[in-house]
Ligand binder design. Structure first.
Ligand code: PEP
Ligand code: CO
Length: 479
């Protein structure tokens, strides 16, 4: 069945591409990798020396790409299948990666938690899982203010390691174009390590012990996770015996990269045409996404994204209205190409029930297919009285559960989740099975921007999704 479906999907893709080439397309304004410059661009730094920005961009453009169009198209196919219920999208990683944390242990821990979560999801949802990391390029951040004042001194806000540095000194906060090159290199180092680990068998389903994290044995979820691992191990041994398993496929688990495509000069520099394909690809990441603050249909970010061929995400949430959504569908998803558009909603536990249904209905009326993905993090951020940013596990869980129910009730499906998480034992979000309290946050509060789920909280959420999707008979793509 899976094979048949996959052949049908490929065929649909081929037919789609042939039709897209041959039919008259709706008139669209001309596009180029730099056409975004004619639009209003929010959230970009002002550099002291534009000449240096241009030189850095030219250098990045000469270097080899970070990902290939083959991988990008492969991901698009999988997302198309997720929209049909055959796959489930797991997207996760740091809010903001930092150059300093480009270390083997941090990267390996992130892979481990994503692999563990996907194991839980595979068993629970009975769907295959697409793993997309918020990594290898998640270095630029949108901020609510351009400037920050402390003790009478006003400096640029920190916009992520791609732009400037966090310490509050003039030197650190001045945007430095060379950091784009450093970010590009660190993304390459991260991807190189991930590819090496996967190639070497790190993700081999026969060896889930490779993904163990030291502190797991003390986790409240240890027993449930062990059961899941044992169940999967048993099925694999059974299929091995029957000769059903393609050993190579078991060893080769795909990981894809994603980041917010915020810093347009950096994205433009890696926008390329490739032999034997039409169109342009952003080869800095497999799946870039547009953040909530830059999703204005008339703005520079939407202009840039409309011209690239990658599968893309767009954040939607409070304030996304009918006109905006219809316009985004027109501009970013004009031909309803399978796998092209993932809408990542992030309303907050208090607002989702009231606001999501309208958006789902608008997309339905448009007749277009998108993948719906829930980010239960960004609508649930709060500040404690001492100024610490946190999120309550109960709110995150509640938004996620509501999202699952709402999509069911509306006759569709939630096709994926988007989390800010780390494989480390941090204390940034309140709650979870271990009951982290406000007072615990000080112990290991390490994030540069938004609070992330720690290992246990992330695994717990995967279990909640797995129980929900698997428990109601909707894990229907899984033969
Ligand atoms: C983010 O994903 O880190 C982010 C800033 O999200 P949003 O655009 O949804 O606010
Ligand atoms: Co964030």
């Amino acid at each position: 069945m899976v094979a048949n479906r996959s052949i049908r999907r490929r065929l649909a893709g081929v037919i789609y591409r042939a039709m897209a080439r041959s039919t008259l397309k709706p008139a669209q304004a001309p596009w180029s990798p730099q056409s975004w410059r004619s639009k209003k661009a929010l959230q970009l730094p002002s550099y002291p020396d534009q000449g240096e920005v241009d030189r850095v961009m030219a250098e990045i453009a000469r270097l080899p790409p970070l990902v290939t169009s083959w991988e990008v198209e492969g991901l698009k196919e999988q997302i198309a299948a997720a929209a049909q219920g055959e796959y489930f999208l797991l997207q996760g990683g740091d809010c903001a990666e930092s150059f300093a944390e480009c270390r083997s242990e941090t990267i390996a821990n992130k892979l481990k938690i994503l692999l563990q979560m996907s194991l839980v999801l595979v068993l629970g949802t009975r769907r295959r899982v697409i793993r997309v990391g918020r990594f290898a390029g998640q270095y630029a951040k949108p901020r609510s203010q351009d400037l920050e004042t402390r003790d009478g001194e006003t400096l640029h806000t920190y916009r992520g390691d791609l732009v400037n540095r966090l310490p509050f000194t003039r030197e650190d906060r001045t945007p430095d174009p060379q950091r784009m090159l450093r970010g590009y290199e660190r993304s390459a180092l991260t991807l190189n390590f991930i590819r090496g680990l996967i190639e070497g068998g790190f993700a081999d389903l026969h060896h889930t012990e490779y993904w163990d994290l030291g502190f797991v044995k003390h986790s409240p979820h240890a027993a449930e996770y062990r059961q899941i691992v044992a169940a999967i191990g048993e099925s694999i041994r059974f299929m091995d015996t029957l000769g059903y398993v393609d050993a190579d496929q078991m060893r080769r688990v795909d990981f894809f990269s994603s980041h917010e495509g915020l810093h347009l000069p950096y994205e433009q520099a890696q926008t390329r045409q490739v032999p034997h394909r039409t169109g342009w690809y952003n080869l800095a990441a497999h799946m870039p996404w547009i953040g909530l603050r830059t999703a204005d249909p008339e703005g520079a970010h939407v202009e840039y994204f409309r011209g690239i061929s990658n599968p893309i995400g767009v954040k939607v949430g409070p304030g996304t209205d009918r006109d905006q959504l219809l316009r985004l569908l027109d501009l970013l998803h004009p031909e309803d190409e399978p796998g092209r558009l993932t809408l990542i909603h992030r309303f907050g536990a208090q607002r989702i029930a009231h606001e999501l249904p309208a958006l789902v209905k608008i997309v339905k009326e448009s007749g277009k297919t998108v993948l719906w993905c829930c980010d239960p993090m960004h609508g649930n951020t709060e500040k404690l009285s001492d100024g610490t940013k946190t999120r309550r596990f109960d709110n995150i869980r509640s938004e996620l559960e509501q999202a699952l129910d709402l999509h069911d009730e509306l006759g569709g499906r939630l096709g994926g989740v988007h989390f800010e998480l780390t494989g480390d034992d941090v204390t940034e979000c309140i709650g979870g099975a271990r009951g982290l309290r406000e007072a615990d946050l000080k112990r290991a509060y390490l994030t540069q921007v938004d609070p992330r789920l720690n290992y246990e909280q992330a695994l717990e959420l995967a279990m909640i999704v797995a129980r929900h999707v698997g428990g109601d008979g909707r894990g229907d793509g899984a033969d």
